[in-house]
Write a protein that binds this ligand. Structure first.
Ligand code: SF4
Ligand code: SF4
Length: 439
């Protein structure tokens, strides 16, 4: 059974004492103020990286007591990595903030809903499947369909569900099954392992299907390990390194067992890919067995667009494109794909072979305000950040906004619906599958 903040088992979770040198890197230049979406909305120093680092420093030095007010300042962060990308001193802000959140959870405890969520996700496949299945069955009673869209709105007041929150429909059947699934390609020239992530498995099952269909059509066989679990991003963001570490071990085991061992791993989820590439090694750095497995797996993990462009090749994909998407298409860069994995060109390269016209929006890499569960816990600020993204999308004149993160799709779809817009938000692989005549 997972346990909270099992510090001894985790490279992250050493407490604030281990952060001294990292905090000292901050020269207090304030460069991060120009890029922080939360600071841009709220305008207070405590909400920008520099201010948050000063608070963590004071907490570590015992100059500030752990309080709910301090925790709230540190919760006001999307972990969007904008400040890290801008910071000339290389301060690992997201690592420091998650570490401080863990410290505050040790001192103050964790709010019950978050504790329950992290425990549920870390409990493994069976319980999570049951929870999603129950949710899927209850949805028609709790929510009503928005006519003409796939969105849902609540029927009655519900805890944590804002009146205008767009709630995606949960699939009746998840994409993954209990057993490993194998999708062989005729004349297979490569075999990859598919790490789905939760939202693709339970909500965007069509995206999961498109990953398999596109890869199979291109001569790539696909293994879907049955015992993979949540990537651990929500627990890690909340500083629950015990839960995140347990999930990392479950996934590393699933991705390195039997037929999957040593194969490239493809991921259609920006946060899932970021966890596998960057965070698992940090979480497992004190674990001799899993530390090595995490480092090795990170080298073999690719976002689906990255795998297609750099390993399959556009020249091999183009002949399979049967029809071009009409009208302009634009692209939103998810934080964990853009800054987290440095992937910007690959989705665009795919879009340019499937659409007639590509229309770049202004600042495609600014956060959409989703930030894991930030969009629910900090709804007002999230909505203000989203509003800017929606304006950029609408100003681009595109009829479709493509992205590589299921969380961003849900958030952006909500914003578009709120505006009464008919622009469609979807995954890049869905558009490729459509242009290849596979869906
Ligand atoms: S976090 Fe980086 S950008 Fe922000 S004040 Fe410190 S050194 Fe400057
Ligand atoms: S990670 Fe994003 S939201 Fe958090 S302090 Fe940095 S820029 Fe602001």
């Amino acid at each position: 059974m997972p346990h909270e903040n099992s510090v001894k088992e985790s490279g992250q979770g050493q407490g604030l004492a281990g952060l001294g040198a990292l905090l000292l890197k901050c020269t207090k230049c304030g460069e991060c103020r120009s890029v922080c979406p939360v600071f841009n909305e709220l305008g207070e120093e405590k909400y920008v990286a520099r201010g948050k680092l000063a608070l963590v420093d004071a907490l570590g030095a015992g100059e500030l007591p752990p309080t709910d007010a301090l925790r709230e300042a540190l919760e006001q962060c999307l972990l969007c990595l904008s400040c890290e990308a801008r910071c000339g001193s290389g301060v690992p802000v997201s690592r420091i903030i998650t570490e401080a959140r863990a410290e505050l959870a040790r001192d103050l405890g964790r709010p019950l809903p978050k504790r329950m969520l992290y425990r549920l996700l870390a409990s493994g496949r069976g319980m999570v499947n049951l929870a999603f299945r129950t949710g899927s069955l209850l949805q028609p009673f709790l929510f009503r369909r928005i006519p003409g869209t796939s969105g849902l709105k609540r029927r009655f007041p519900l805890p944590l569900v804002d009146r205008d929150l767009h709630v995606p429909r949960l699939a009746l059947r998840p994409f993954r099954s209990r057993e490993e699934r194998f999708f062989p390609a005729p004349d297979s020239r490569d075999t990859v392992v598919f790490f789905t992530g939760c939202l693709t498995n339970f909500i965007h099952t069509q995206t999961a299907g498109s990953v398999v269909k596109v890869l199979n059509s291109l001569g790539i066989s696909v293994i879907v390990p049955g015992d993979q679990a949540c990537c651990g991003a929500p627990a890690h963001a909340g500083g629950d390194f015990g839960a995140a570490g347990n999930l990392a071990r479950m996934n590393l085991k699933a991705l390195n067992r039997g037929r999957a061992e040593g194969k490239k791993v493809v991921v259609p989820c920006a946060s899932g890919g970021y966890m596998l590439k960057s965070v698992y090694s940090l979480l497992m750095q004190d674990d001799p067995v899993y530390g090595e497995m995490a480092a090795d797996t990170a080298q073999r993990t690719f976002d689906i667009s990255e795998y297609l462009v750099n390993h399959v090749g556009l020249g091999n994909i183009s002949p399979h494109v049967k029809s071009h998407l009409s009208g302009p298409v634009t692209c939103h860069d998810p934080c964990h794909l853009n800054r987290g994995q440095g992937i910007r060109e690959e989705p665009r390269a795919l879009l340019k072979i499937v659409c007639d016209e590509f229309a770049e929006m202004e600042d495609p890499g600014t956060c959409c305000g989703s930030g894991g569960i930030y969009g629910i816990t900090h709804r007002d600020t999230s909505k203000r950040i989203l509003e800017k993204k929606i304006r950029s999308i609408l100003d681009s004149g595109a009829g479709i906004v493509s992205t590589g993160c299921p969380g961003c799709i849900i958030q952006i779809t909500g914003g578009l619906l709120q505006r009464g817009s008919m622009v469609e938000a979807t995954h890049t692989i869905q558009l490729l599958a459509r242009a290849m005549g596979l869906v």
